[in-house]
Ligand binder design. Structure first.
Ligand SMILES: Cc1cc2nc3c(=O)[nH]c(=O)nc-3n(C[C@H](O)[C@H](O)[C@H](O)COP(=O)(O)O)c2cc1C
Length: 366
């Protein structure tokens, strides 16, 4: 239940205030150059404690590679990664250990398991996503070898929506804003929510594209038909991330308001003339840019008094302490980008056995 993938399998472990969070990556091919500076940069992008737009909790988030890498290259053995939890303040949670935070997973974890590591939200905390970004960095290093790039940015914060999509700008923005003209207003919306002891929702745009612009690029053909459709895997994986409430592929909901003649992506000899489908048809990548919108709810942990119950069912008022993201979409966007990389790396490995000629080419080539 903590494992994702078929050819490339990721299993994560760890709680928010436990010793560490980590993961095991199995099925990662031998011979990939492991760029530790790149991994550190990926972790840095997800990290809190750096701006007023994210949680004040600041972890070093150094990734310890315990196995599977030798002399700078993957060996084909399982890769174990460990990320220590050093900056925990579990005392903030002692007072609320028997109370259920509205909007969080406290109530359902308690109802299901009867026991729960309440410190920092335990396993239900998005601290776990640090392992997704660390393993996602490995997936990105693999995808880079076949010319596939994944990236993300923020489309809207609350009702403050951008219209311009500029990934180059998002890379340098403190909130990964895609529209530089809306960035200041989006930042203000986060600060306003925070000042009011509240939180705010948002939406990330995640994309994958091939650096080879021909119709034969490495994205083309990724995805399995029907039960492991690329769109289904993306939807399942993104919806599996904490706080995600909706996912759209390509034009998504807008498509349901159109005629077929408006929505179809017609073709000419150079490829698709539009990309309403978001780069996926029949569960299989068309080779065009894959576009996914991921919608996050506002952070459930807010600092306003709220009505709740305790574990005995008694009604009470809850006023939280602790450190929380005022807007989870911001750091969440980085996690979504890693998730897309994990899905595509898995699909890229599965893709290699789809045709007899690929199998024969491999054996004849040796
Ligand atoms: C990157 C990221 C950071 C998050 N930070 C917080 C946080 O600081 N406080 C909080 O209450 N929830 C935070 N969440 C959301 C909760 O983990 C999530 O809402 C909770 O586990 C309940 O799950 P659900 O919203 O998917 O139902 C964060 C989520 C993500 C993806």
């Amino acid at each position: 239940m903590n494992t994702f993938g078929q050819a490339l399998r990721i299993s994560t472990f760890g709680e928010s205030h436990g010793e560490a969070v980590g993961c095991l990556i199995d099925g990662f091919p031998a011979g990939v150059v492991i760029d530790e500076a790149f991994i550190a940069n990926e972790m840095q992008r997800r990290k809190g404690g750096q701006t007023p737009y994210a949680t004040p909790r600041r972890e070093e988030d150094g990734v310890q590679i315990l196995s599977g890498v030798f002399e700078g290259k993957s060996t084909g053995a399982p890769i174990a990664l460990l990320i220590a939890n050093a900056n925990t303040k579990s005392k903030d949670y002692t007072d609320i250990q028997s109370l259920f935070r509205p909007g969080h997973a406290d109530f359902t974890y308690h109802a299901k398991y009867g026991i729960r590591d309440y410190r920092g939200g335990g396993r239900s905390s998005a601290r776990e996503s640090v392992a997704r970004v660390a393993s996602g960095a490995f997936a990105k290093m693999l995808l880079r070898e076949i010319g596939i790039i994944c990236e993300s940015g923020i489309l809207h914060i609350g009702s403050c929506a951008g219209s311009e999509i500029d990934f180059a700008h998002a890379r340098g923005s403190e909130i990964f804003a895609l529209d530089k003209h809306q960035e200041e207003a989006q930042k203000r919306a986060i600060l306003e929510a925070r000042k009011n002891h509240d939180s705010i929702g948002g939406c990330a745009l995640v994309r994958a594209y091939s650096t080879n612009a021909t119709l034969q690029n490495a994205l083309l053909g990724l995805g399995e038909p029907l039960y492991h459709k690329l769109s289904g895997s993306i939807g399942g994986m993104m919806m599996g991330l904490n706080g995600v409430k909706a996912v759209e592929i390509g034009d998504g909901i807008e498509s349901s308001k159109r005629l077929g003649s408006q929505n179809n992506d017609c073709m000419d000899s150079s490829g698709f003339k539009s990309n309403h489908c978001g780069g996926i048809l029949g569960g299989i990548a068309t080779g065009a840019e894959i576009r996914v919108k991921v919608y996050f709810k506002p952070t459930p942990s807010i600092f306003l008094p709220q009505a709740t119950i305790d574990t005995s069912g008694a009604e009470c008022e809850l006023t939280l302490k602790g450190r929380h993201d005022p807007c989870i979409a911001v750091r969440g966007s980085v996690v979504c980008e890693s998730l897309l990389a994990l899905i595509l790396a898995d699909m890229a490995l599965l893709r290699m056995t789809n045709r007899l000629e690929s199998i024969k080419a491999f054996y004849e080539d040796r």
